[in-house]
Design a protein around this ligand. Structure first.
Ligand code: SDX
Length: 435
């Protein structure tokens, strides 16, 4: 990259001023290239939490936090959620363009032909307790996938990268469904390749060997939209983990397992499960009448209580995915005759109160993707502890696309941040008697 713009840092400690190039993206904030800072000054930048740090160049997903805009390869999420399905969105994120019909058919055929996992994988499950959290199972099983595919682990080989991507996309629904079935003590359901990607997911999760599973197209479309909304999101915590793991040359299965582990946190992908737990807590306390007390607790810093499903590092406006998720809520609850779902009514009242409260307005805290997704998933029959597995399934394509972009970047180096050291300086070990 070249640039005619520059930033100059001058120092009060006598260090000579240094010029740094400024690069402009196609849209969004400019970046200051500080790569030569340490060599020129012996100083590091300091940015824990990466509040002002761009870790990479990317062409995949763009977020405008102030406008509440989300684009996958330039397409607004609002358009993709209405005009496309999840597999088309996967093709777009991986290849940069929406597929033609023949391209889409070929992609779907390749993915749906890899949906089975090695039969030995089933034996990993028997080692887990039945009440193991399904995310613990998913982290373990996805990492273990690399043990079965020695034929495609050369990450510098584009064909190996493509095969691994297809295998991961194809097998995540199977592993997620197996984790669910194991937790409820039902037999695993083999994939049905004549069903759609998301129809097959619902078949494997909710079907049983004793009878034909009837796919409900309205519910499949709703779940497919949830997958689209969660497919990618720029350099969030789990994606940054996948990129960092990939920068060491780790195989794609290990990198995605690292992403799943990061997504599990309640501050990240675990928020949808935590949001339902929060709504249940408010219901236990007395429901809508007790929302005021709960909000008081959230505002009390010492309580440690957060309004789960609210706030975002980037969105300082309404998360566009939350709007689409709320619409999907209406559709699904209407289709199921659950218009008066108490969780949905409570969530909408909570949202209304929070959006009128200066504490949240001042901090630009709006509902994020996780606020409504749990309510939709619960209405679809997905157990609360499975919500983050569904998020991980959906985000697998984003992780793969970002990982592949990082691997193909000629400037790519192993990620190795530095630190501000404030610990003890050099000292000697005293004999035990003198300590
Ligand atoms: C996801 O990064 C991504 O893109 C993630 C994601 C994706 O698709 O990959 O969008 C998915 O992770 C969505 C976020 C899901 N998490 C939650 O809903 C958990 C609740 N939210 C918060 O924990 C928080 O908002 C974060 C973690 C999402 C963002 O935290 P930041 O950017 O570090 O903001 P912050 O903690 O510095 O908060 C700023 C202020 C603080 O108050 P003050 O110190 O200024 O007085 O806002 C407060 C915070 O205490 N605050 C909240 C709050 N979120 C922030 N107060 C109450 N409830 C909240 N939810």
């Amino acid at each position: 990259m070249t640039s005619e713009h520059k930033a100059t840092i001058s120092f009060s400690d006598g260090t000579a001023p240094v010029d740094f190039p400024i690069y402009k993206g196609s849209v969004g904030p400019d970046v200051i290239d500080i790569r030569k800072l340490y060599g020129a000054t012996g100083k590091f930048t300091f940015d824990p939490g990466f509040l002002s740090t761009a870790a990479c160049e990317s062409e995949i997903t763009y977020i405008d936090g102030d406008k509440g805009e989300l684009l996958y390869r330039g397409y607004p999420i609002e358009e993709l959620a209405v005009h496309c399905d999840y597999l088309e969105t996967c093709y777009l994120l991986l290849n940069g363009e929406l597929p033609t019909q023949p391209e889409r058919d070929d992609f779907e055929m390749r993915v749906m032909r890899h949906t089975m996992v090695h039969e030995q994988m089933t034996r990993f499950f028997t080692g887990f307790r039945r009440d193991a959290h399904p995310m613990a199972i998913l982290v373990g099983c996805v990492g273990a996938l690399s043990a079965f595919y020695h034929d495609s682990l050369d990450i510098q080989n584009p064909d190996h990268r493509f095969v691994s991507a297809i295998r991961l996309l194809a097998k995540m629904p199977t592993l997620v469904a197996m984790a669910h079935k194991y937790s409820v003590g039902q037999p695993f359901m083999y994939p049905r390749n004549n069903l759609s990607y998301t129809g097959n997911l619902m078949h494997m999760m909710f079907g049983v060997p004793c009878e034909e599973y009837q796919v409900n197209d309205v519910l499949v479309r709703a779940l497919d939209r949830i997958l689209i909304l969660h497919a990618d999101h720029e350099q969030n915590a789990s994606t940054s983990t996948v990129r960092l793991a990939g920068s060491s040359g780790a195989n794609p299965f290990a990198c995605i397992a690292a992403g799943i582990a990061t997504l599990w946190g309640p501050a990240h992908g675990g928020a949808n499960e935590a949001c339902l737990v929060m709504l249940n807590d408010i219901k236990q306390r007395g429901g809508v009448a007790k929302i005021g007390d709960f909000i008081k607790e959230v505002k009390d810093k010492d309580s440690g209580v957060k309004l789960m499903g609210f706030g975002h590092r980037v969105y300082k406006n309404y998360d566009p995915r939350a709007k689409l998720m709320r619409e999907t809520c209406y559709e699904v609850l209407g289709a199921l005759g659950l218009e008066n779902d108490p969780d949905f009514a409570l969530a909408m009242k909570l949202e209304q109160i929070a959006l009128e409260d200066d504490y949240f307005v001042k901090r630009k805290l709006y509902p994020n993707v996780d606020f409504y997704s749990g309510i939709v998933q619960k209405a679809l029959g997905i157990p609360v502890e499975m919500f983050t597995c569904i998020f991980a399934l959906a985000r697998t394509v984003g992780w793969i696309a970002q990982w592949a972009e990082m691997i193909s970047d000629p400037d790519q180096k192993i990620g190795r941040p530095r630190q501000l050291f404030t610990g003890p300086t050099r000292r000697v070990v005293k004999p035990m008697a003198q300590r």
